[in-house]
Structure formats: C-alpha cells, structure tokens
Write a protein that binds this ligand. Structure first.
Ligand SMILES: Cc1cc2nc3c(=O)[nH]c(=O)nc-3n(C[C@H](O)[C@H](O)[C@H](O)COP(=O)(O)OP(=O)(O)OC[C@H]3O[C@@H](n4cnc5c(N)ncnc54)[C@H](O)[C@@H]3O)c2cc1C
Length: 461
C-alpha cells in the first residue's frame, strides 16, 4: 500500500495490544498514518479486505476499548498538530494524537482555557478523550468533553469523510432528536463508528484565580452529607460557594496519599473532600464564605488545608491522581494470577449517594472481599469504587458485587458508566440501562455506518 509502513513485528505489536485495563488483545499489524489522506487509504484498504481496525490514542482506557480484537491497530500518535487556536471566536482545531495536557497547556499559554480535565490528562490523547467523552474533577462545574466539541472530521469505515458541526440554530424539529447534533453520535463512540481525524473545541476565557482545599471528616457519611449540602447550596439564587471540583478520598485513599502528602493528614480523618474554587474579586471574602459554610458541617475544621499558591494547587491535584495510579500499579501485581484492579464508574443522582454506597458496602461484606477504595468525582454522584483482586476467584466475586451494584445504580436513576465507557469489559451491564429495542437500534446504526463491522470490533456491542 503506497508508502505507508505497516509494522508486523509481533514483538512491537504485542506492546500495543493492551490498555490500562490490562485486557489482552491481539493484532496482525500496526500502522501510523500521518495525514487524513493516509487514514482514508488505510481504512479503505481494510474495508475492502474486511480487516478490522482499532484506532488508538495513548491506550489509557480502563475498559479494554483500545485493545484490538485482531486486524490492524491504527495509531494516531503521528497526527498531533494543533492547527489553530482562535482568540476571536474562542476555539481550537487540532489533530487527535497530541497529549491532552500538552494541548491544554498550549491553549493556556494563549490565556484561554479548555475545561475537560480527566485525571489521566497527562496519559491520554486529545482524540482519545473525544472518543471516550472523557470527564474529570472540573466536570462538576464545566461538564464533560461532549459539551465542548463543536466540529469533527471523521473517516467512516468506507473511507468517506464526514465534516460535522454542532448546530448553532436555536430551534429544529426535523429528524430524530439524538441525530440532530451529529457531532454527538461520534463523541464517546469508542472507535466503533469511524476514525476521528480533526476536532474543533470551544475554549473559554482563562479563569482569573482559583484556590484548592482539602477538608477532612471523621466519617465517610459526614463527607457525603457535606457534598449533598454543597449541591443544595448551589440551588440557591446566590450561593456563597461555587466550587468547580468536589472530589472524595475515603480512608483507604487517605492512606495511599499520606506518605507523600506535603499537607498534614489528621489521624482521626476517615474521609476528605478536595475542592477547587475560582474567584475574580477578593480571595479573603470567598475564603470566609467557605469557612462559614464549613462551620455548618461536621468537618474537622481546624485541619482544613487551603492551597492558594500554584505549587500547593499542583500538589493537591497530584495527590488526587496518586490514588488511581497507585491502584493501577498495585493491581498489575496480580494480573498473572487472574486478578488485578477492578475499576467502576457507575454514578447515581446525588440524593441516592449514601444509599448506593451502603448497598455496595453490604454486598462486599457479604461476599467477604477486601474493601474497595472509594474516591473521585463525588460531586457528580460518581465515586470510583475500585477493588484489587489478588486472583481469579476474588475477581469473579468482585465482578458479581459490581454487577449487582450497577443494576441497583440504574434502578435509582443512575448509570453503569459515567466516565470510562463500555469497551470490552463492561458489556454485561448495558442491559440494565438500555431497553433491548433501543440497544438494537444503536447496533443497527453501527451496522449502517460500518456494514463490515471493521471499526473497533468487540467494543460496546
Ligand atoms: C490513572 C488513570 C486515570 C483516569 N482518569 C480518568 C478520568 O478522570 N476521566 C476519564 O474520563 N477517564 C479517565 N481514565 C480513562 C482514560 O484515560 C480516558 O478514557 C481517556 O480519554 C482515553 O484516552 P486515550 O488517548 O488513552 O485513548 P485510548 O485508550 O487509546 O482509546 C480509548 C477509546 O477511544 C478510541 N479512540 C482513540 N482515538 C481515537 C480516534 N482518533 N478516533 C476514533 N476512536 C479513537 C479507541 O478505539 C478506544 O475505543 C483514566 C485512566 C487512567 C489509567
């Protein structure tokens, strides 16, 4: 095929056959297109021979979605240019293969801000974050990736290129609503509908100032009560606090961060809430608002950490990231025995958060498995509830608990996958959320855009 190089050395390919979930895939070749024209050529060739293609970003997926089920791996890392950062209209246009943190830093250098902030932003590509509709701690204020995507260039399985724009019209009654914003079909599609080759995203003005904080509690339930009270406060006409991030550490999470925390973690603390607050006028005023809000809670007030300096702010975010990266490392010690880290990303409406956590705790106790680490995006009703399985037997017991918890999450109005998608390892849970006819309709859509089923087979369906 033309001048495009196909790598077929299995020693190289093997290292591209898994992702952060440790799911093991397999492939016959690895190809690294450098342009739209090359992507089209590769995809057309694959389609004509009915060879499957799995586009990959930086393979930080936690669901096996980046692990190929045979065929060719289409590595997007060579398509990594930012094409435009437009001040006037506040958007950026970029190829997919740039590291998300690099993309965000370049935008920030221009005094603009790209809000989506998955914890893995230093480990994932811009394109991968679009293909998974990634979210992060600041999703609490800003929403997830989808909201920012205003145009996409996508290569379909046939090689046809679609240039899709989010409609800017205020009214439309034409066509089924989920199709009216065609961009949304591809955001979060986990490589199953086409290869994303360019994306235009909304930027906002860089927030003037922010500070971070860590608030300790002597019981997990008190931290959860506090989060519910924040959400209630935000419903007021003039809330006195307006955090952009509200994240949880349970006592296991605190134990993980303790050894390298530059901040004192009180021994009586059994949970903590990490927050970030933006401000434009007086730091003292907004800090006083926080302190008076905290006085009404059961926080261990005297021990509260406030991080105003950039170094302290970075330290707090680093500690937040430490929890998943520690679990990832610990889990990988048990992969050979059939164990490993079991990640969950179910979420529920905030008023059901105590109930679902109590339910999941009871299930884990009944199954006599080790306690999970509960941490993350609690402000969105979305804690990660992650286990370490030491072997295959423990893993099966844990998956049973996760399965029941996902079922319960949906029954109280939640979802089975708020952040990481479905990939190859969470397909069993889809049925709890989508009625069969709707799932069939999604599959039919996939089939009509990709009749030979070559795009990321094994993902979602
Ligand atoms: C420590 C850790 C923390 C994490 N924290 C978060 C978090 O806070 N929030 C969050 O949302 N996720 C998180 N994740 C999961 C993961 O980082 C995200 O899903 C990320 O967006 C994946 O990006 P990637 O570039 O690594 O994509 P990959 O893992 O390579 O691919 C993911 C999926 O996207 C598809 N894909 C990739 N590029 C393209 C493309 N150009 N066109 C079409 N399809 C494509 C792949 O086929 C695959 O289905 C975390 C992961 C780790 C390991």
């Amino acid at each position: 095929m033309g001048s495009i190089q196909f790598i077929t050395d299995q020693d190289i390919i093997k290292s591209f056959c898994t992702d952060a979930s440790d799911y093991q895939g397999h492939a016959e070749a690895l190809v690294r297109p450098t342009s739209l024209a090359e992507v089209i050529e590769v995809v057309k060739e694959a389609n004509s021979k009915k060879i499957s293609i799995t586009p990959i970003g930086n393979r930080s997926s936690l669901t096996g979605s980046a692990a190929p089920s045979g065929g060719w791996i289409l590595d997007t890392s060579q398509m990594n240019k930012i094409i435009d950062i437009n001040h006037q209209e506040k958007f950026a246009l970029s190829e997919p293969g740039i590291m998300l943190s690099d993309f965000k830093r370049r935008v920030l250098d221009e005094e603009l801000f790209y809000a989506p902030d998955p914890t893995s932003e230093k480990e994932c590509f811009f394109g991968g974050s679009i293909a998974t509709n990634a979210s992060g701690s600041r999703t609490f204020k800003y929403g997830s990736t989808r909201k920012y995507v205003r145009a996409l260039e996508v290569v379909l399985a046939s090689g046809e290129v679609l240039n899709l724009k989010r409609p800017s019209i205020e009214k439309n009654t034409f066509g089924y609503i989920p199709f009216q914003n065609m961009v949304d079909l591809f955001v979060g599609s986990e490589g199953t509908l086409g290869v994303i080759t360019k994306t235009e995203v909304d930027l906002i003005k860089k927030p003037e100032n922010f500070f971070g904080g860590l608030i300790f509690f002597s019981h997990l339930n008190e931290a959860l009560d506090f989060v519910v009270s924040i959400r209630k406060e935000l419903l007021n006409n003039s809330p006195i606090i307006t955090p952009r991030a509200v994240e949880l550490f349970d006592h296991h999470g605190l134990n993980i961060i303790c050894p390298e925390s530059p901040f004192k973690i009180p021994t009586e603390a059994k949970a903590a809430i990490f927050f970030e607050q933006e401000y434009t006028s007086s730091f003292e005023d907004i800090l006083n608002n926080w302190l008076s809000f905290l006085e009404r809670s059961k926080a261990l007030l005297e021990t509260t950490v406030i991080a105003k300096q950039p170094k302290q702010q970075d330290d707090l975010r680093r500690l937040r990231h430490k929890v998943p990266s520690h679990l990832f490392e610990e889990g990988s010690n048990y992969v050979k025995e059939g164990g490993g880290k079991v990640s969950t990303d179910w979420s529920v409406p905030i008023n059901r958060i105590h109930e679902i956590i109590n339910y999941a705790e009871t299930l884990a106790k009944e199954a006599k498995i080790d306690e999970p680490v509960i941490y993350g995006h609690i402000g969105n009703g979305h804690p990660h509830y992650n286990f370490i399985a030491k072997n295959s037997i423990e893993k099966a017991q844990i998956l049973e608990v996760v399965n029941k918890t996902c079922q319960r999450a949906v029954s109280v109005g939640g979802t089975i996958a708020a952040e990481h998608g479905i990939g190859k390892i969470k397909k069993d849970f889809i049925k709890y959320y989508y009625p069969k006819p709707i799932l069939n309709a999604m599959e039919a859509l996939k089939h009509s855009l990709d009749p030979n089923g070559i795009m990321s087979p094994g993902n979602i369906f």
